[in-house]
Design a protein around this ligand. Structure first.
Ligand SMILES: Nc1ncnc2c1ncn2[C@@H]1O[C@H](COP(=O)(O)OP(=O)(O)OP(=O)(O)O)[C@@H](O)[C@H]1O
Length: 301
């Protein structure tokens, strides 16, 4: 559990975080979204005790970082994948971290396995690609088996395989009941990874919502036309979609995407005359939210 309460952080004349409050709960991936300079990294740094709050507080499991008795067992973070001693092997890097936190060597082997680096454990980290350094950073975050995980822009610079891998990993951590907060400036990424979204702009909260609520609020869904609307409605509802019929015979479907709808209709031999996404994409919703923070006001949790 993460609690940010009335957090403000100033650097000289710059207000990086401005009276920010939100909570991040376990068992879900929460996307921490905002344009460059919105205050995401600053919030994470204060959470991790790397920066002091000007006022307010940032709590992990009810405590400030400095008050955690065994911090690595409570919170793990990937902030900067470059922060590895290049001359050390992956194994030695982790063993050194583990030792200084009273964690045994067996755990080092476990986390290397978990992130897929067991095969290169004895190789020097200096020769690792960005994707491998990212994996090593995640292994380090996992050493203490913490219930809270923070990732700052973890997919930056990764190839599509690396991005997919990180996505799956985060969803796995959430499924294990951990609290997962992942920052990004890309809604398109968070749409595929996160269950909940905390959106900030200029250090302030813009939205604290679920991906689904935001999609509904901005009128998402797929418009479908078919000569057999009643039959199609039954099929799509059975497949988990919500279907609303308009007066002109068009159906608006939420909870299924264009491909799902096409597949289900094809499987039953139901002709489709039109299938098109309706309204703003989440990306557009995000641009509208962050482009002018005042325009829509805060979205309640
Ligand atoms: N150490 C610092 N000294 C002075 N100003 C800082 C410092 N760290 C951050 N800032 C400023 O605080 C604001 C918020 O920065 P922060 O890095 O938290 O944003 P962000 O949302 O993480 O952005 P990005 O996506 O670019 O990382 C920016 O205006 C930034 O220039």
């Amino acid at each position: 559990m993460i609690e940010i309460r009335e957090l403000t952080k100033r650097y000289g004349g710059t207000v990086a975080v401005d009276g920010l409050s939100f909570e991040v709960r376990p068992g879900a991936v929460t996307g921490f979204l905002g344009p460059n300079g919105a205050g995401k990294s600053t919030t994470m740094r204060v959470l991790l005790g790397l920066d002091a709050a000007t006022s307010g507080e940032a709590l992990v499991n009810g405590r400030r970082y400095v008050e955690l008795r065994r911090p690595m067992r409570e919170v793990g973070a990937l902030l900067d994948a470059g922060a590895v001693h290049g001359g050390r092997t992956a194994f030695d890097h982790l063993r050194w971290l583990a030792r200084s936190n009273g964690i045994g060597t067996r755990r080092v082997a476990e986390v290397l396995e978990r992130v897929g680096l067991a095969g290169v454990a004895r190789k020097r980290a200096g020769g690792f690609s960005l994707g491998m350094r990212q994996r090593l950073g995640i292994a380090a975050a996992l050493l203490g088996d913490p219930g809270v995980l923070l990732f700052d822009e973890p997919v930056n610079g990764l190839d599509p395989d690396g991005v997919r891998w990180i996505r799956g990993l985060m969803r796995g951590f959430a499924a294990e009941g951990r609290t997962v907060l992942v920052s990004s400036h890309l809604m398109s990424e968070m749409e595929l990874t996160a269950d909940r979204l905390v959106v900030i702009g200029r250090g302030r909260l813009i939205a604290d919502t679920s991906v689904r609520e935001l999609a509904d609020r901005f009128g998402r869904g797929v418009v479908v036309r078919s000569p057999r609307p009643a039959e199609l409605t039954g099929v799509l509802a059975a497949a988990g979609g919500s279907v609303e019929a308009a007066a002109d015979g068009a159906l608006t479907v939420t909870g299924l995407d264009v491909a799902d709808i096409g597949e289900h209709a094809a499987a039953r031999g139901i002709p489709l005359y039109e299938v098109r996404p309706r309204g703003a994409s989440l990306e557009e919703a995000y641009m509208r939210l962050t482009g002018d923070g005042a325009e829509f006001g805060a979205v309640a949790p």
